[in-house]
Ligand binder design. Structure first.
Ligand code: AMP
Ligand code: ZN
Ligand code: FE
Ligand code: FE
Length: 285
């Protein structure tokens, strides 16, 4: 029984609708998935209905953008109340900030490439959380690059002259909001140094003090030594250990559903703690 607890759909920057992601999960033989779109829970209903059709477990989730003075941090949340006012407010502010930031990146790109905001918007599903992958899609549509991967390697990486950051809440605040909304906060790809600065072990311990309950250990962007550090931390602080693909669709990213997965015992811990929303399907016990 394997569970993939970190996936994206067209509700954010994945290339496939929620039901399609779930169908793909069934095809590759997963027991269940969490849909964790960036800063949005808009895909939950569609994913849940598809999971029911396929006999899969569905765990509602989200990947919440946060940042410290030095690092951009992605906090996964499972089973929080999607109508919690404080969470809705953070999500709306972050999605709004994403639009402003994407416009600025678009302006910078437009200085050198045949990119317009209209072309960018053509790449974004209605009401989706916009992100750099959509700007990558616009670069592909304009014939500047051949894939999202090439767009990131050449133009959209952090530190590029086209890169613009975003002010988001501190991860400790996000952790507190998630817990207050009955959710289970698990830090995503915490050792993914190739994406930019990561948190120190001391900062990770501070997030545990703030109420963070788990670490995503098995993720392709965490190098082996980083995974070991996270495992040691998890054992020391009795944290939930997860693994996942961070799927963004077949054409979105090379990451394949189920390439990393989470043990049923760890899923059970999440199900026992999360009280703001319900998981569905043949739940592990
Ligand atoms: P943003 O949220 O706008 O900062 O964009 C970050 C998103 O871009 C993440 O969800 C990543 O999965 C995606 N991303 C980062 N690097 C790459 C890459 N090399 N190829 C495709 N997608 C990427
Ligand atoms: Zn993404
Ligand atoms: Fe992420
Ligand atoms: Fe992700």
């Amino acid at each position: 029984m394997s569970f993939d607890l970190h996936t994206h759909s067209t509700v954010s920057d994945g290339t496939e609708p929620p039901a399609h992601v779930v169908a793909e999960a069934a095809r590759v033989g997963l027991a269940g998935i969490a849909l964790t779109d960036h800063d949005s829970s808009a895909g939950w209903d569609e994913a849940r209905a598809a999971a029911q059709q396929h006999g899969l477990v569905f765990i509602p989730g989200m990947e919440i953008s946060s940042k410290t003075d030095t690092a951009s941090v992605h906090m996964l949340s499972y089973l929080h109340d999607p109508l919690d006012p404080a969470m809705l407010e953070i999500n709306a502010a972050t999605r709004g900030g994403r639009v402003e930031r994407a416009k600025r990146i678009c302006e910078l790109l437009a200085e050198d490439f045949p990119i317009t905001w209209e072309l960018v918007m053509e790449q974004v599903s209605e009401d989706a959380s916009i992100g750099r992958p959509h700007l990558a899609d616009a670069l592909v549509a304009a014939g500047v690059v051949e894939s999202r991967t090439e767009a990131f390697q050449r133009h959209l990486y952090k530190g590029s002259r086209y890169y613009v950051g975003q002010d988001n809440p501190h991860p400790a605040e996000v952790v507190e909001r998630v817990r207050a909304a009955g959710g289970v906060p698990v830090i995503a790809h915490a050792m993914a140094g190739a994406r930019g600065n990561t948190l120190s072990l001391t900062e990770l311990e501070e997030l545990v003090e703030a109420g963070m309950l788990g670490v995503e250990v098995h993720h392709r962007d965490n190098p082996p030594e980083g995974q070991q550090l996270l495992l040691d931390l998890a054992r020391r602080r009795d944290l939930i250990i997860t693994g996942s693909s961070d799927y963004h669709g077949i054409t979105g990213k090379p990451n394949r559903l189920g390439e990393n997965s989470t043990e049923p015992e760890q899923v059970v811990r999440i199900l026992q703690i999360g009280t703001g929303a319900t998981a569905s399907g043949p739940l592990p016990t």
